[in-house]
Design a protein around this ligand. Structure first.
Ligand code: NDP
Length: 295
């Protein structure tokens, strides 16, 4: 289907901040890069740097053996690629979807691709736009391993580390969801902490070095708890959940005394109290993971 020059070329659909970063890294790596975006004009700087600005999606995908799509979600991705002219142009070529969405949407897209003779890999990007093209970028992928291997040389142009997580197409999205769960609940906690600190006369600047200290405690906790959780033991040695719940209650009281919504912390406290109510008060907080997963 594709010629030799198409093999060393890549198409990027979607030129938001991330799509532009991806296309920029491909260009920097010397690949012939074709770009397209729903709203015209977002390709200007890339075209000045040597990208080919396609006039239509079908023209864009026809230019390369590999198309990378990165837009806001799979509704947007579907609106772009699930049209007859585009589907026909993609037939026999590879689509790598680096858009973030749910594992089910990844599976649905893979089924659609298979039904139209489109080779499909799913993936996610775990680091900000500034990392793309640098060693700090982190990409995760899932889908047919042979297809991943075939396109790995082009994907490597994006820099950083690429990990193939398995053939099950929803796996990259599953990791993405779990990791974003950590990120957004942590950010919600940080935003709430800033509001409470401010109400107590503490600025974000003053809190920052200590906030970083709290953040640094987490990586070894993740590492240390992984085996406990996978083996179904949740020992609370040194920090039983009864102690954790007491510290959470202080946060709720302080927030609400200042008229600050404590919904996020109340949710965490509620989960901890449920664990205690089920008779696991001497376990550590991470017993919550097991209790939440009970049907
Ligand atoms: P956005 O998530 O805002 O996506 C913007 C892109 O989506 C634009 O190309 C926009 O086109 C397109 N788009 C939105 N709606 C539609 C639609 N209905 N039809 C067609 N195109 C549409 O910005 P990013 O580029 O930053 O993110 C892209 C993906 O990368 C997201 O899934 C995001 O979660 C992920 N990601 C982003 C990171 C970041 O740091 N920015 C980090 C890690 C992952 P238009 O210009 O026409 O509006």
């Amino acid at each position: 289907m594709s010629t030799r020059s198409e093999q060393s070329a890549v198409t990027v659909l979607g030129l938001g901040p991330m799509g532009r970063a991806l296309a920029g890294a491909f260009l920097d790596a010397g690949l012939r890069t074709t770009v397209w975006n729903r709203t015209p004009g977002r390709d200007r700087e890339l075209v000045e740097r040597g990208a080919v600005g396609a006039r239509s999606v079908e023209e864009a995908v026809a230019a390369s053996a590999l198309t990378v799509i990165c837009v806001v979600n799979y509704d947007a991705a579907d609106a772009i690629v699930r049209r007859d002219a585009v589907t026909d142009a993609l037939k026999g070529r590879t689509l790598v979807n680096l858009t973030a969405d749910t594992p089910d949407r990844a599976r649905d897209t893979a089924a659609w691709a298979a039904g139209h003779g489109i080779r499909y890999l799913d993936g996610a990007i775990m680091t900000p736009t500034t990392t793309i093209g640098t060693p700090d970028a982190v990409f995760i992928h899932s889908g047919p391993e042979e297809l991943y291997r075939e396109h790995r040389p082009v994907l490597d142009a994006l820099g950083g580390t690429h990990t193939h997580l398995g053939e099950e197409i929803g796996r990259a999205a599953a990791y993405d969801i779990a990791l974003l769960d950590i990120f957004w609940t942590a950010m919600a906690g940080y935003a709430h902490a800033l509001a409470v600190a401010r109400a107590e006369g503490v600025t974000a600047r003053e809190l920052a070095p200590f906030a970083q200290g709290i953040g640094a405690i987490l990586p070894p906790i993740f590492e240390g708890l992984a085996e406990e959780v996978d083996s179904g033991s949740f020992s609370g040695d040194g920090n039983p959940i009864t102690s954790a719940v007491s510290s959470m209650a202080h946060i709720v009281h302080t927030s609400e005394a200042h008229g600050i919504d404590a919904g996020v912390m109340r949710a965490a406290e509620g989960m901890a109290r449920r664990v205690i109510g089920l008779g696991h008060g001497t376990d550590g907080f991470i017993r919550v993971a097991e209790v939440l997963g009970r049907r």
